[in-house]
Write a protein that binds this ligand. Structure first.
Ligand SMILES: [Zn+2]
Length: 75
């Protein structure tokens, strides 16, 4: 994941972690159930030129959550 270019300005990206006061959690809109399982957003990259920040989560976990949701209703 090195040598990544900023999608906004093409500048050099620095990689690290994103952390909120507790944890930064992503909730998909696909999850319509009242009990939602969030996905931890931990990886982050920041542009050294414009300051744009990209956040990453585990895509396999997200896909599985969406599939689990779909198997119990909406297609
Ligand atoms: Zn940039």
């Amino acid at each position: 994941m090195q040598d990544q270019k900023c999608p906004k300005c093409g500048g050099e990206m620095d990689s690290g972690r994103a952390q909120a006061e507790n944890s930064l959690i992503y909730y998909s809109d696909w999850q319509k159930k009242t009990f939602k399982l969030g996905i931890l957003v931990d990886k982050a990259c920041a542009c050294l030129t414009c300051g744009y920040v990209e956040l990453y989560l585990n895509a396999e976990v997200l896909k599985k959550r969406i599939q689990d949701n779909n198997s119990s209703g909406i297609k």
